[in-house]
Design a protein around this ligand. Structure first.
Ligand code: FAD
Length: 291
């Protein structure tokens, strides 16, 4: 199978992101969701990796299931609590399971933690270590924050840190959600001016629920809510169904704005919700569903 970077050289890639169920919850709903997502013939499906390794075992189980289904799996992987030896052993296990694409992250620090409590402080160190230990066996993605990472004091410093990940050997960028297309364009121009040449795979967060949209933008990631999204929120403030319908229209519009900019890939955060994803893709006409 081609690497995702080779696919992005030929056309705009299209992919999904899912997350593992909590330890006490059954796996079947996610496996059913994946079966629905496969029908859109995604170029890859990525699976998140819990901070502190809380559901890391389930991540590898899910990545293996995706790879076993014949699809390209991308595992997220963080520095949180991870020693060099543990990283080496876990990454070899991914390779043995047919998973050779990885999103190398620092990870969100659990509440009260100062650092990662592992051998790597930042994602660039993890990227360098994966290259050192595994050569070109992995295609490595790195995270990019179009409105800067919430903990970084300035936009310029954050872009300099992004460049360090490119220099350490990453292959492409997967971005954090960004509802503000103008902010995204400013970041895109800035990273190119800073010498970051890697393909950009844009993370698109579906707008489905008012409270979750506000929480993910403001409190979790420090992203802005542009005027057109603020209007959707105020118009449907106490109307969840109306909000969802308008939010799906908003997401479809965002997909077209990013594709119109010529980005290298679209990565839809599927939120384990295949019905909503189906609706977005059917409305956008971006990907046909094969039954
Ligand atoms: P880094 O690149 O290490 O950056 C972290 C912060 O440190 C930034 O503020 C950066 O500017 C700064 N920095 C970087 N290098 C240096 C340096 N050398 N010196 C000083 N400062 C530096 N989190 C999870 O826990 N699990 C997931 O599965 C997950 N999936 C994600 C998927 C995507 C597409 C994205 C965009 C993010 C995801 N995250 C996930 C969140 C991510 O882990 C957090 O945003 C985390 O806080 C930073 O990760 P990073 O890899 O960008 O870190």
């Amino acid at each position: 199978m081609k690497s995702i970077v080779e696919v992005m050289k030929e056309r705009t890639s299209f992919s999904f992101e899912v997350f593992p169920p909590k330890a006490e919850q059954p796996m079947e709903p996610l496996l059913e969701c994946l079966n629905e997502l496969y029908k859109f013939d995604p170029d890859f499906i990525s699976c998140t990796y819990g901070a502190g390794g809380s559901n890391a075992g389930r991540n590898s189980e899910i990545c293996k299931a995706i790879a076993d289904s014949g699809h390209r799996a991308v595992t997220h992987f963080t520095c949180i609590g991870n020693t060099k030896d543990k990283v080496k052993a876990e990454l070899q296990a991914y390779l043995d399971n047919g998973v050779d694409h990885i999103l190398a992250l620092r990870g969100d620090l659990p509440a009260g933690w100062e650092g990662t409590r592992g051998d790597f402080n930042y994602a660039n160190e993890l990227v360098a270590y994966i290259r050192e230990q595994f050569g070109d066996k992995f295609t490595i993605a790195m995270a990019g924050d179009p409105e800067k990472h919430i903990q970084c004091p300035t936009f310029e410093e954050d872009i300099a840190h992004l460049k360090m990940k490119q220099d350490a050997g990453a292959d492409y960028i997967m971005t954090q959600l960004c509802f503000d297309i103008e902010a995204f364009k400013r970041w895109y121009d800035s990273i190119r001016k800073a010498g970051i040449t890697l393909p950009v795979d844009v993370g698109v967060m579906p707008v489905l629920n008012k409270d979750a949209t506000i929480r993910m933008a403001l409190s979790m990631n420090g992203c802005s809510i542009p005027r057109d999204l603020a209007e959707v929120i105020s118009k449907h403030y106490n109307d969840p169904e109306g909000f969802k319908a308008a939010g799906i229209e908003y997401t479809v519009h965002q997909l077209y704005q990013f594709i119109g900019m010529g980005v290298d890939g679209i990565h839809l955060y599927a939120l384990n919700k295949s019905a909503a994803v189906s609706e977005i893709l059917t409305k956008s006409g971006l990907r046909a569903k094969k039954d």
